[in-house]
Design a protein around this ligand. Structure first.
Ligand SMILES: Cc1ncc(COP(=O)(O)O)c(C=O)c1O
Length: 376
């Protein structure tokens, strides 16, 4: 354990890596299926896995019965990070004029790298307190929509925790049809929320409600990393438009990224169980309530709509804050401006920090007390 630089053990709220234990059902299913290592897995995964995922999606997002065909609407992926990256590589057409990929700002850094390496221009859509941290689609010009081949959404957002509203998704679906682009909705925090009666809405759910039951132009990304405290399992899936997924599957067969059979077995166990996910949410609820009680009176911080991050306005330079609190309190946070890009002279992450409440309750409370101490 590090006891420098502040003679206090290091606490990190920097990385969004869940720290609650991985549930036993997942570990057992993994162990019980080690014999699967003797076979090459299919890139499209086993039928059993795709059926378990399809059932989960249909239950969780109230999709019409049989609207999800596990054979064509679902692909397992080795965590959403690789899939979010590879998706742009497989779909961007560099032969079209001004290929562009739109994304929120601040954002999960993979979207930008994915756009650049696919030969497209990243276009950053500001997500600020004024627009409740959701991109303002009205502020995007018609020309930009015409150039757009792909838009990344992130709801619940990393780092902001904002959840997009149904009418905003409807507006985006209309725009996607009018200007012919694909919506990639990163929903990997969708299972970390506060109100059991009101879970975050998803893209496929809204598409189905508008009659788009083929999920045309829509692809969602889900993960077991945050939902099931299994970031090392590297398991997630993409689901949606069958034509797009056919193209993505073809790309992935060359890429060589099939999911290992024990991981598939562990994933089936995870998608089929909700008890551990509820327990997980309860732990986050307890942490947010304890931490916000201490922080709210001293800094400008709100409870997010969902997810496990606090996106606090600290009213001073975020890089200086991060460096100094590390020096004085041995506490790691992420400077907000590192997660955002400056556009027209404005960096929406400036003077903000991201804190991931991933550690155990006691450690989160200790971290919060250190912030209070530092600000004194
Ligand atoms: C917004 C967002 N999307 C995707 C990921 C990738 O998660 P994984 O690859 O573990 O599924 C992360 C991880 O932190 C994230 O914050």
């Amino acid at each position: 354990m590090s006891i420098s630089p502040a003679n206090k053990p290091m606490i990190s709220l920097a990385m969004g890596e869940p720290k609650h234990p991985t549930p036993a059902i997942i570990l057992e299913a993994f162990k019980d299926n080690l014999s699967g290592l003797s076979n090459y897995p299919l890139t499209k995964g086993s039928d059993e896995l795709r059926i378990a995922i399809g059932d989960w999606l249909t239950r969780r997002f109230n999709l019409p019965t049989n609207s999800i065909n596990p054979a064509t609407h679902i692909l397992p992926v080795n965590g959403t990070r690789e899939a979010l990256f590879a998706f742009a590589q497989s779909l961007i057409n560099q032969n079209k004029k001004n290929p562009s990929v739109l994304m929120p700002n601040p954002f999960y850094q993979i979207y930008e790298g994915a756009a650049l390496l696919a030969g497209a221009q990243p276009i950053y859509l500001p997500c600020t307190a004024e627009n409740n941290f959701i991109p303002d689609f009205d502020a995007v010009s018609s020309k930009t929509w015409d150039d757009c081949q792909l838009i990344y959404l992130c709801s619940p957002g990393n780092p902001t925790g904002a959840v997009i509203k149904e009418d905003q998704i409807k507006q985006l679906l209309d725009l996607a049809e009018k200007h012919d682009f694909i919506i990639a909705s990163d929903e990997c925090y969708s299972e970390i929320y506060f109100d059991e009666e009101n879970p975050p809405i998803g893209l496929l759910e809204v598409a189905a409600k508008t009659g788009n039951t083929n999920f045309k132009r829509c692809v969602v990304f889900h993960s077991l990393s945050k939902r099931s405290n299994a970031p090392g399992l590297r398991s997630g899936f993409v689901a949606g438009d069958a034509d797009i997924l056919e193209q993505f599957l073809l790309y992935r067969t060359y890429h060589g990224c099939a999911m290992s059979p024990p991981v598939q077995a562990a994933s089936i166990a995870a998608w089929n169980d909700e008890a551990h996910v509820l327990d997980n949410r309860n732990q986050y609820r307890e942490k947010f309530s304890a931490v916000l009680k201490i922080l709210s009176p001293i800094i400008n911080v709100q409870k997010p709509d969902a997810g496990f991050y606090l996106w606090a306005d600290i009213g001073m330079d975020d890089e200086v804050f991060t460096r100094e609190i590390f020096k004085q309190e041995n506490l790691n946070v992420v400077p907000g401006s590192y997660l955002s890009r400056e556009v027209d002279g404005v960096n929406p992450g400036r003077n903000r920090i991201r804190m991931a409440l991933v550690a155990e309750l006691d450690e989160c409370i200790e971290a919060t007390n250190r912030i209070a101490n530092f600000l004194k």
